[in-house]
Design a protein around this ligand. Structure first.
Ligand SMILES: [Fe+2]
Length: 196
């Protein structure tokens, strides 16, 4: 059974860039639902195996992918945010960013443009592709569609309306610009160390 993660900071710790009210709804209600629904789906799969009844298997596995990916992405998102600090990419990550994107500024421009261009409900992701030994930026539709198989998630940005509408209304650009102030690069550096 999946356990919900604790937020590594207070609900008001990301203000003024990410409001307490938004974080409260996002973490306490929406994220919790993804964890609960993943657990419910796993329970249904267990029952299906027990009863040897796989009539709904397609629906259940689809639900596992959606709800489970929702839980995982939200955990990575909350962990790669943090109060404003002077943190930045480690020397190693910065070297890789320069190699794969040209400069940090170009990486930031692409990530920002890509975030703003996510269609409907989705995410923007900085990933490490082990097969190619390089960084890439990917958009993700819903929580689970569009990926490079085997890629490792380093930095994720929630582009669902629930993540910004309360504070930024339809101004996605303002939300993405604010995001750069509260990236916890220490978390991103740690993830990169784990997978590279
Ligand atoms: Fe979200």
């Amino acid at each position: 059974m999946l356990e919900k993660i604790n937020l590594p900071y207070a609900l008001n710790a990301l203000e003024p860039f990410y409001s307490k009210q938004t974080l409260e709804i996002h973490y306490q209600t929406l994220y919790s639902a993804y964890v609960d629904n993943t657990n419910k789906t796993e329970e249904k799969l267990k029952q299906a195996r027990k009863n040897n009844d796989f009539e709904n298997i397609k629906c259940l596995e689809k639900e596992l992918s959606y709800q489970g990916s929702g839980a995982i992405l939200h955990e990575l998102f909350f962990e790669n945010l943090g109060p404003v600090t002077q943190s930045g990419p480690s020397t190693k990550l910065m070297h890789q960013i320069s190699k794969d994107f040209g400069t940090f500024g170009m990486f930031k421009s692409q990530f920002t443009a890509s975030s703003k261009a996510v269609e409907a409900s989705g995410w923007n992701l900085l990933v490490w592709v082990p097969k190619w030994k390089k960084l890439q930026i990917l958009q993700c539709e819903k929580h689970q569609n569009l990926t490079l198989w085997g890629c490792k998630l380093l930095l994720v940005l929630d582009m669902w309306e629930h993540s910004y509408f309360l504070q930024y209304k339809a101004n996605r650009a303002e939300y993405v610009n604010a995001f750069w102030n509260i990236v916890n690069w220490n978390a991103v550096n740690g993830r990169f160390e784990e997978v590279v």
